[in-house]
Design a protein around this ligand. Structure first.
Ligand code: SF4
Length: 420
C-alpha cells in the first residue's frame, strides 16, 4: 500500500470510529458464481474497540472534510484537524483488497459533507457502484444516507446497500438545534421515511416477481449520542420505541458522548464518556425488543433516568414488587420473562420443561436461571429463601448491588494475566 493511501486510511478510519450505528446482520446472501464475497459467515475478521464494541466491517469515511459545524463532532469545520478524502476508486480498491485478505466482512461507509449533501451522496454512491458493478462485490455494505440528499440518490443507494442509517445524533429537536444549528429533524426524518417506503414497495414487488430488486434488505438503523445534552433516558427510550414501531427499523445505537471538543460551552464538561449509562440503555433497548417491555414501564415521569446501579429489568422488578413472586411452575411465559435472572432462552425452556413435572432448583440452574438474582422473585416449593415482598425491595437492592461490588473488588484483587 502506498504512503498516500496509508495516510488517508489512518486519518479516515480514525475519524469514523465515533459512529456506532453499524453491525453486520440481517441479510443472508450466498456466494454467486463470478462474484466476490457473501453476507454469511465467511471472511469475517472481528476486532474490538477498547470499550468493547465489536467491529468486523471496514469502517471508513470517504472524507473528513465537512461544511457543517456540529458541536459534538471531531470533523466539524471549525476544528483544526488534518483533512483528507479518498477517491471513490481508491476506496473501492481498498475494500476489495481487505476483503480478499480476510480482514473484513464488509464495508461501513460514512462521510463528512463536502460541497452539499447531493454531491457527497453521489461520491458515496460511486464507491458502492464500483464495488457491486465493477468488482462484483457481494459482501455486506452499510451506508450512511446524508440528510438533505435527493430522493433519487437515496433510492439508488438503497439498491446497492444492505443496510442504511440516518443518524439522529441528538435525542431531542431543541437540543439538535443548539448543537447542530445547520441540521434539522425534518431533514433527518425525510430519508428515513423514504427508505422505509422503498423497503415496503420492494417487499411487495418481490412477492409478485422474485427477481425484483431488493431495497435495503437489512433495514435501517440510527445513532443517538448520549450525555452531550441533558435529554433524559425517558426521552431517549420513548424516541427509540417510536422508531422500533416503524417496520423498516432494525437498531438504535446509543453512543456515550466522547468529549472530543472540550471548551465548547454548549457541551457538558465530561471527564470520560458515560459508558455505564450507554450500557444501561442497551439493556433497556433489549428489554423493549425481546422482553415485551414498553418504554414507559422502564422509565417514566417519576423515574425519568435509568438506575445506573442495577440493570433495567431488576430496576423494574424492584419498583413493582406487587407482580412477584412468580411461580415458575404455573405462571405464564410473559411473567416468567420478567423475572430478573431469567433470559428469553431460559424462560422458553422453563415453559417446555415443566410439562414433564415440577421444576426443582437444580433443574432451574441447569436451564440457565441465575438464582443469585431470581431467588427473590420466584416461588418454588423447595425454595428456602424469602421473596422481595418479605425482604423489601430496598434490602434486595442492597444485596444485589453489594454482590456486584464484591465481584468488581475480587477482579481488582486478582488481575488477569495475559499471555503465557
Ligand atoms: S455533518 Fe456529520 S461529519 Fe459534519 S460536523 Fe456534523 S456530525 Fe460531523
Amino acid at each position: 500500500m502506498n504512503e498516500k493511501i496509508l495516510e488517508k486510511l489512518s486519518i479516515l478510519a480514525d475519524a469514523a470510529k465515533y459512529d456506532v450505528s453499524c453491525a453486520s446482520s440481517g441479510t443472508s446472501r450466498p456466494a454467486v458464481k463470478g462474484g466476490i464475497g457473501t453476507t454469511t459467515g465467511w471472511g469475517i475478521c472481528h476486532s474490538f474497540t477498547p470499550d468493547g464494541r465489536c467491529i468486523s466491517l471496514f469502517k471508513i469515511l470517504l472524507t473528513n472534510h465537512c461544511i457543517y459545524d456540529c458541536a459534538y463532532c471531531t470533523n466539524r469545520r471549525s476544528n483544526d484537524v488534518k483533512r483528507t478524502a479518498f477517491t471513490p476508486r481508491e476506496l473501492a480498491e481498498l475494500t476489495i483488497a481487505f476483503y480478499q485478505r480476510n480482514y473484513i466482512e464488509g464495508l461501513f461507509l460514512s462521510s463528512g459533507v463536502i460541497r452539499n449533501p447531493d454531491y457527497t451522496m453521489e461520491q458515496m454512491l460511486r464507491v458502492v457502484k464500483l464495488l457491486r458493478d465493477e468488482y462484483r462485490f457481494n459482501g455486506y455494505i452499510h451506508m450512511k444516507a446524508i440528510p438533505g440528499a435527493s430522493d433519487e440518490l437515496i433510492a439508488q443507494a438503497g439498491r446497492y446497500a444492505d443496510r442504511m442509517s440516518v443518524n439522529l445524533e441528538i435525542p431531542s429537536e431543541e437540543n439538535l438545534k443548539l448543537l447542530a444549528p445547520e441540521k434539522s429533524y425534518s431533514e433527518v426524518f425525510a430519508p428515513m421515511r423514504f427508505i422505509q417506503q422503498g423497503m415496503l414497495e420492494s417487499a411487495e414487488e418481490r412477492k409478485k416477481f422474485r427477481s425484483a430488486p431488493r431495497f435495503v434488505p437489512a433495514g435501517q438503523s440510527t445513532q443517538l449520542i448520549i450525555g452531550a445534552t441533558p435529554d433524559s433516558d425517558r426521552q431517549i427510550l420513548t424516541l427509540a420505541s417510536a422508531l422500533y414501531r416503524r417496520p423498516s427499523f432494525k437498531r438504535v445505537y446509543y453512543s456515550g458522548y466522547i468529549p472530543v471538543n472540550r471548551g465548547d460551552s454548549r457541551l457538558p464538561a465530561l471527564a470520560a464518556p458515560p459508558l455505564v449509562r450507554e450500557n444501561r440503555l442497551y439493556q433497556a433497548d433489549w428489554l423493549m425488543r425481546f422482553y415485551a417491555f414498553n418504554a414507559s414501564e422502564i422509565v417514566n415521569e417519576t423515574h425519568p433516568d435509568l438506575d445506573l446501579d442495577v440493570d433495567p429489568k431488576m430496576g423494574w422488578a424492584l419498583r413493582h414488587p406487587e407482580f412477584f413472586p412468580v411461580d415458575v411452575n404455573t405462571a405464564p411465559y410473559e411473567m416468567i420473562l420478567r423475572v430478573p435472572g431469567i433470559g428469553v432462552k431460559s424462560a422458553k425452556l422453563i415453559v417446555v420443561s415443566r410439562r414433564y413435572g415440577r421444576l426443582s432448583i437444580p433443574q432451574l440452574k441447569k436451564i440457565g436461571v441465575v438464582m443469585k438474582r431470581a431467588q427473590y422473585f420466584i416461588v418454588n416449593r423447595e425454595l428456602p429463601m424469602q421473596t422481595v415482598n418479605e425482604l423489601t425491595p430496598q434490602y434486595v437492592r442492597r444485596q444485589v448491588t453489594q454482590k456486584q461490588k464484591n465481584r468488581a473488588a475480587a477482579l481488582l484483587q486478582y488481575p488477569i494475566e495475559w499471555g503465557e
